[in-house]
Design a protein around this ligand. Structure first.
Ligand SMILES: [Fe+2]
Ligand SMILES: [Fe+2]
Length: 195
């Protein structure tokens, strides 16, 4: 069955209709449309984060965590710019498409702030939880997009997406370190005090 399919493709002159990356043209254009839509989605998400991160920084108690949010806010600004560069390379104008997942993750972060007291390590624990969920969403998205760009033969774009992916991973690790080194212990003590 598989052999017959291959023969069929060859008879139709399959090679001539294949793109540089070896993906048939028709499939490539469908995949490219999907890829572009996902770029629009993460573009909305990153722009939304540039508004959410300053609020998370203000809500944080520990200076270390405030600094981590500040640093990542600056990186997130670069993530937005990189996506704009990608739109240019795709010959498209930058366009954001609402990302329901990111909107939900940010709302969850806001409810954590509402449910915890100002100036507590418990609130910081909650903020780290919320921020790491965001980073993991971004890691999944950029990991998938960079792989897809490679499949589509868009090597320069794959490289750009890879840079952002590395920064999301670093941020996730930094947040883990902050939680493990100090904040989780402080929050555990807080709970004992209130008992
Ligand atoms: Fe990002
Ligand atoms: Fe991020």
């Amino acid at each position: 069955m598989e052999k017959a399919t291959k023969k069929n493709t060859q008879e139709k002159g399959g090679n001539a209709t294949k793109s540089k990356a070896g993906v048939p043209e028709e499939a490539r254009s469908l995949l490219l449309k999907f890829f572009t839509d996902e770029i629009k989605d993460i573009y909305w998400a990153e722009k939304h984060l540039t508004k959410a991160l300053p609020k998370m920084k203000t809500a944080a108690t520990s200076e270390e965590l405030q600094l981590a949010f500040q640093t990542h806010l600056e990186q997130t600004g670069q993530h937005v710019q990189r996506l704009e560069k990608i739109f240019g390379l795709l010959d498209q104008k930058a366009q954001a498409k609402k990302c329901d997942a990111m909107e939900g993750l940010i709302k969850e972060g806001e409810s954590i702030v509402d449910d915890t007291d100002e100036g507590t390590a418990t609130r910081d624990v909650g903020l780290i939880f919320a921020a790491q969920k965001v980073e993991h969403y971004e890691i999944a998205t950029y990991g998938g997009l960079s792989q897809l760009a490679t499949t589509l033969g868009l090597d320069e774009i794959a490289g750009i997406l890879g840079e952002t992916l590395a920064e999301e991973k670093e941020t996730d690790e930094l947040l883990s370190e902050i939680a493990e080194s100090n904040i989780n212990y402080e929050a555990a003590e807080e709970e004992e005090k209130t008992k």
